[in-house]
Design a protein around this ligand. Structure first.
Ligand SMILES: [Ca+2]
Length: 497
């Protein structure tokens, strides 16, 4: 490829990055406070710092995923079988005041039918309605006139909006509108298992659901893994196609997008020795950027779950050590607080110490910095670069062109044990003004072992640092430990604060 053509291609590929940078960011977040009377995930004293962080990142809405839940993992026969999540309802007073002072709206989660798979049927449905008239009526009485109280989120997820769920949601929405007239009601359907349904079919279901139930806003989960990004080569419809069809049917204001900010994994949560491997850990900010672009037809994009995957206030203390990395990289894409994305010189100024295999090439010469991550369900996706790891270490050397400060490094990788592909769990970072003067500045490592990856069927992971490196140099070199496995990489994310 000629130099001019290469530059032109990069410009075309990255033009949308600039165009949507200001318009399609996350502007809301789901927050999880607990699953019952004994769990308090977010203490009152953490609320100010958490809301400061959300505001700083551009959020103007939070959605509490539930304030009540089943006392046991069974379907209810009466509302007495539900309880307040620890701290509620009085926690709403703290939360609403703190949110209002920061210009943040609050949507209050209702009652979760813990462990009741057919929650929309029989006595469980009637118990949920009863709980609205008892518990949520009290919430409405006390807080509905608070300026930050913007509406309700119905905690039980309606899946693909099958018609047999209409009656339940109609009943619950009517009760919520009864106890708090004029307040919006949100639900969160998802594309999971939608592969066989066309965007037009999903859109017509969405419209029928709204007509039957009176739900105001459908916050569709993008379900990465189940749903593909537009540039992934596997068969099926993309989240972009679904969101586009939904916006046409519902109007943009009736549609929000719930963006998964965690990694795909199968199993999603793969624990070995009590430690999760890559699945459900913080996602690549590059991938989140593509998800947000794919959901641009919706009126608003909110994250699931900010506190685990992007919050420095709560994430690390709960074992989500990658949250500061995800936030640092996210800030760099949108220039929040002066953060900047770094790329190799002309995007292609990098080299691999071991050549990629011809079947999984770096086909453009700038795949590592092209803003596209590989499909975690598909090793043959063209976004993956496959490098043999028999030598034990793979070097990746990046020329930034001039000396720059690098704070964050994230390497997006695949684990696919049946193909002998495993994410690296450790890399040394070298830095220098010339290739002859490289010094080690950091070692980055995952919280899980390489052996633990064998119990995963497939997952993605972003290996990186968990506090800023602050290394100033022109050349950055990663010496990536492979443990002998194939290394499949799709993006190297570099950023300065
Ligand atoms: Ca890429």
């Amino acid at each position: 490829m000629s130099f001019l053509l290469r530059v032109f291609t990069v410009f075309v590929m990255c033009a949308p990055c600039v165009a949507f940078a200001q318009s399609s960011r996350l502007s809301g977040a789901f927050l999880h406070f607990g699953y019952g009377a004994n769990e308090e995930v977010i203490r009152d004293d953490q609320i100010p710092a958490l809301l400061d962080e959300l505001q700083d990142l551009g959020n103007d809405a939070i959605i509490i995923n539930q304030t009540r839940a089943g006392k046991t993992q069974a379907c209810a026969t009466s509302s007495t079988q539900f309880e307040w999540v620890k701290g509620f309802p009085s926690k709403l007073s703290t939360l609403l005041d703190a949110a209002h002072s920061r210009g943040i709206s609050v949507f209050v989660g209702t009652t979760l039918s813990s462990g009741c798979w057919n929650f929309w049927q029989g006595t469980n449905s009637l118990s949920i309605e009863q709980d609205v008239y008892q518990s949520h009526a009290l919430v409405a009485q006390q807080y509905a006139s608070h300026p930050a109280f913007s509406g309700w989120y119905v905690s039980d997820e309606p899946g693909l909006l099958d018609a047999d769920k209409h009656a339940h949601y109609q009943r619950v929405v009517a009760a919520l509108k009864d106890v708090a007239p004029g307040k919006l009601v949100l639900v969160a359907p998802h594309f999971s298992e939608a592969e066989s349904l066309s965007p037009a079919t999903i859109a017509s279901r969405a419209l029928a659901f709204r007509s039957a139930t009176g739900v105001d806003i459908q916050v569709w989960q993008d379900n990465l893994g189940a749903t593909k990004l537009f540039h992934w080569s596997r068969a099926g419809y993309s989240s972009e196609q679904y969101y586009s069809a939904l916006a046409s049917a519902l109007g943009a204001s009736g549609l929000w997008a719930d963006i998964e900010v965690f990694n795909y994994g199968k199993p999603l949560i793969n624990r070995v020795g009590g430690v999760m491997t890559g699945g459900y850990r913080s996602a690549s900010a590059t991938r989140i950027n593509q998800q947000l672009w794919s959901a641009r037809a919706a009126a608003k994009r909110v994250s699931w779950l900010h506190q685990w995957h992007m919050s420095e206030v709560i994430g690390p203390s709960r074992g989500y050590v990658e949250a500061p990395l995800a936030q640092g990289l996210y800030r760099s894409i949108y220039g929040i607080g002066g953060a900047a994305r770094l790329t190799s010189l002309n995007y292609s100024g990098y080299s691999f110490g071991t050549s990629p295999n011809a079947s999984y090439p770096d086909s453009t010469g700038f795949e590592l910095f092209d803003g596209q991550t590989g499909d975690p369900m598909n090793p043959t996706d063209r976004a993956w670069i496959g490098i043999p790891g028999a030598a034990g270490v793979v070097k990746m050397t990046v020329d930034l062109g001039v000396a720059k400060k690098t704070d964050w490094i994230g390497l997006h990788m695949l684990t696919y044990p049946s193909w002998g592909i495993r994410s690296s769990t450790s890399a040394d970072v070298y830095c220098g003004q010339s290739l002859g003067s490289l010094n080690k500045v950091a070692t980055i490592s995952s919280p899980f072992s390489a052996a633990a990856l064998l119990t995963s069927t497939g997952e993605e992971y972003l290996l990186g640092n968990t506090s800023p490196i602050s290394a100033v140099c022109r050349f950055i070199e990663l010496r990536v430990v492979t443990n002998g496995s194939w290394l499949f990489v799709s993006e190297l994310e570099l950023a300065s604060d």
